[in-house]
Structures are given as structure tokens and as C-alpha cells.
Ligand binder design. Sequence first.
Ligand code: NAP
Length: 248
Amino acid sequence: MSKLEGKVAVVTGASKGIGAGIAKALAKEGSAVVVNYASSREGADAVVAAIASAGGRAVAVRGDVSKASEAQGVIDAAVKEFGRLDVLVNNSGIYEFAAIEDVTEAHYRRQFDINVLGMLLTTQAAVKHLGEGGSIVNISSAITHVNTPSAAAYAGTKGAVNAISGVLANELAPRKIRVNMVSPGFVVTEGTHTAGVVGSDMETGLVAMTPLGRAGHPDDIAGVVTFLASDDARWLTGENITASGGIR
Ligand code: NAP
């Protein structure tokens, strides 16, 4: 039997990049999937179509996770469409690089609103529906140990993700809901293209630092998330798996 047969998952920010890879991987293991997006309707529809053509079940649901009512709407859509909720993957995230002299209030707030508040609001909405055996996987970043220059605010958001995930692992353990993290290293995605990392000196430097000697791909992360979502990881909570080709 597939690892996630009969389960229902929400993946935030699944219209592209790592989230799209995670949504497809969870569906391949039998889960019905809510493919959340904020602005890329076409991307989300393409992910849903790919899942459907492989025989899976998925629906695209718009919602800005940094707004409480919209985060709630994304979770409600899972229960309305598929009748339950078992897995939440908090993947939505943005990254902007700025030297300390160029950090602004808006740069700080945009990243903390989506990466941290968005995770809190979506989790808050989800825990009303997650029962015993529920699994939350938060996408953090290896940047918390690599300490990349010009990433102070972004790395700060992921440090907060780690701290919050640890607290929630303990807080939700009595309800048998597990909370774990995956910290990717550099991954080639639409986002890292747009941020100008792909093809830059930063990419060359990151690959040179990677013991396994290449950039990551969304599938490299998706398999780890699928494991944490599944019963194979039933004894893991509060863990942070660095999926980075060995960068630490
Ligand atoms: P990406 O290609 O830019 O995709 C980001 C996704 O987040 C998109 O689906 C986007 O939706 C969604 N999103 C953005 N703002 C949102 C909001 N307010 N509400 C809901 N969804 C929102 O990014 P990625 O590179 O795949 O990164 C995904 C996650 O991995 C992030 O948390 C990132 O910090 C983390 N990460 C990435 C890397 C890397 O090297 N790529 C490394 C470590 C960690 P729309 O397109 O619809 O707006």
C-alpha cells in the first residue's frame, strides 16, 4: 500500500518550486492534496493537472497565508473538498537578500509576515482539524547554519521557524500531532531564478560548498517531506532534517 493512502494534505505555496514538488510527491503516495497558491493560478492548475493525470486527487486553492481569514480558507477548503485533514506542509516563503545598510522595515515585514506569521496562522487553522497521527512539516532553510551574508532578515525568519516548530512539537505532542522541519540547502526553483541566485557567483559558491557537488532540486526535498508526513516517521517530532547535499 502507498505510504499516504486515504490521507489529506495541504501544501502551502505549491504553485511552483519546492512546494510543487512536495504536492506531487505526496499525491504519488496516495494523499489527496490542496495545492495552495497566492498569485500563480496557472502554476497551481498545472500541478493539479499533473497530479490528476497520474491518477491522484488535488485541488488548487488561492490564499495569502499571511492573512488569517485566507489561511483559514485554505484549510477549510481541504475539509470541504476531501472531508478531513492529516498533513500540513508549511512551505510558502519568500527570500530577499540585502546588505545590512539596505535592510528596510518593508523588507523585514514582508519576509516575517509570510515566512513566520503565515506558518503560525495556517497551523492555527489546521490544528482544529488534525487528529491523532496528524503531521506538520515546516520548510526551514540550511541558511540558519550557513550564515550567508546579506540574508539577515531571511535567515531570521527561518531561525524563528525552527524555534516555533520546536515549541509546537512539544505543545501538540499530547494530541499525537507531530511537528518536524526540513531545511533545504540551495535548490533550483522559480524563486531562486527570480532572485538572481541561479547562474550567479552565489550559486557557484553554494555548489562548491556542497559535499555532494551539485545544486538541489525540488524532488530532493519532496522525498524527505513525504517520509516525515508518513507513518514511517511516527516516532519523530521536533526534528530538523537538513536536506542540503551535506552543507551544514
Ligand atoms: P518559489 O519558487 O518562489 O515558490 C514560492 C511559493 O510560495 C509559490 O508557490 C508562491 O505562490 C508561494 N507564496 C509566496 N507568498 C505566499 C503567500 N503570501 N501565501 C501563500 N503562498 C505564497 O520558492 P522556493 O524556492 O520553492 O521556496 C519554497 C520554500 O523553501 C520557502 O519557504 C523557502 O524559504 C524555502 N527554501 C528554499 C530554498 C531554495 O534554495 N530554493 C532553500 C531553502 C529553503 P505564488 O507563486 O502563487 O505567489
